[in-house]
Design a protein around this ligand. Structure first.
Ligand code: CA
Ligand code: CA
Length: 405
């Protein structure tokens, strides 16, 4: 399961594979053919060099649920035959609910009548959230809009955020392999793989401000020796369009001071760091539930959208490593192009996210804001969750004291 030790001599003919534009009758190529990720997808070499048989086997049998999920998404990404059957088997048999609902998402990505039928077969699953995801994805495939069940819910009005929505994020990471600009490698990261290496992101809306301000809070387990989570928060500001009743389409931007560790690893200051204003954008659409009212407004029950960002990957340290060896806590950091360290950014990250409210404690009631979020309203790190910052204005884990050096 080793990643490829890239021999650039072997891939130097890659430009010969670049496709000819053959869809011009569909319209203006400036509109249809300007997605940077799509360009990279056509020519990037796959850095996961497992055989197709290995991928299929590990999708159902690997001991680590993150690798099972990675393998399911890898199987779909390769366009291998029988993907609907493999995903269906995973939803039926896997013991981890995240693997099950992300396998349902992969079915939606495949689309078509067979995937739809498979999704519909899980609508009444014993795990109500697996069932609701199946219902939601099936509804999106047929109408473009989500559908929800009618479970009861609970919400704690005294917590910092009115809602805490875990985001399942699926990205492709395109790594620039040399300075020629001709050679790129592709790593597909399923939601748990991204959460393991980069952290788990949560959208944290407050009813009063959500149309123009949103905190995205990320925490990463397994990085700190003392067991505390590594925390990075992002304060997004933007615009929400309410032209469709019950939905909000949005475009938000974020810019915050954070350290770029030259090691390529979060909180690893062995090679030093540069403090930069790192930017990010997010756009998509959320759907409210009129039966779930929080502080005078219907709650956001579901959000989906797309992300594009840049990162810095210390690729030299990864060659010949396995997926498990690469996807360790902290082994990926965001970068930003328009700063002095911009030229170091060597990984284009593009993907989609989906998050809905979930019953996390299994009492049959949806938990609207039960997840631990270490952030103030203004995205400052807040270890004890009392909405008072550990350090005013600081949005990134303070343990390296990066902001003072
Ligand atoms: Ca619950
Ligand atoms: Ca505090």
């Amino acid at each position: 399961m080793a990643l490829e030790s890239v021999d650039l001599g072997q891939v130097s003919g890659v430009e010969a594979q670049a496709p000819v534009w053959d869809h011009y009758l569909q319209g203006d190529p400036a509109r249809l053919n300007s997605d940077f990720g799509e360009f990279l997808k056509r020519t990037a070499i796959r850095l996961d060099v497992r055989t197709d048989e290995q991928v299929a086997h590990e999708a159902l049998n690997h001991r680590d649920p993150m690798i099972r999920e990675q393998s399911l998404f890898q199987y779909v990404d390769r366009g291998l035959p029988g993907a609907v059957d493999l995903l269906t088997e995973a939803v039926k048999t896997d013991s981890v609910r995240e693997v099950r609902w992300n396998a349902l998402w992969a079915l939606e990505k495949i689309g078509g009548p067979r995937a739809l039928k498979a999704l519909q077969s899980f609508v009444n699953d014993d795990d109500a959230d697996v069932g609701e995801w199946a219902r939601l994805f099936a509804s999106e495939l047929t109408t473009g809009l989500p559908a929800f069940d009618s479970r009861s819910w609970k919400q704690d009005p005294d917590r910092t955020f009115d809602e805490t929505i875990l985001l399942n994020i699926d990205v492709d990471v395109y790594v620039r392999l040399d300075d020629t600009g001709r050679h790129w490698g592709k790593i597909s990261l399923a939601p748990q793989g991204l959460a393991r290496s980069y952290g788990q992101a949560h959208a944290c809306p407050n009813s009063a401000t959500r149309d123009h301000q949103l905190v995205i809070s990320k925490n990463l387990a397994g990085l700190h020796d003392d067991g505390t989570p590594h925390v990075e928060n992002f304060l997004f500001r933007g615009v929400t369009n309410h032209a469709s009743a019950g939905r909000g389409s949005f475009f938000f931007e974020s810019r915050g001071l954070r350290p770029i560790f030259l090691s390529g690893q979060a909180d690893n200051d062995t090679l030093g760091h540069r403090n930069e204003m790192v930017s990010a954008k997010r756009s998509g659409e959320w759907t409210t539930d009129p039966l779930m009212e929080i502080k005078g407004k219907p709650a956001i029950r579901y959000v989906r959208g797309a992300v594009q960002t840049w990162g810095y990957i210390n690729f030299e340290t990864m060659r010949g490593s396995s997926l498990e060896e690469i996807l360790f806590p902290g082994n990926s950091i965001l970068g930003t192009l328009d700063t002095p360290t911009g030229p170091m950014a060597n990984a284009y990250i593009t993907g989609t996210f989906k998050g809905k409210l979930v019953d996390w404690d299994g009492d049959g009631k949806i938990d609207v804001n039960s997840l631990d979020i270490y952030s103030t309203h203004e995205a400052e790190v807040d270890t004890n969750q009392d909405n008072i910052a550990d350090e005013p204005g600081v949005q990134f884990c303070t343990r390296t004291n990066w902001m003072n050096s």
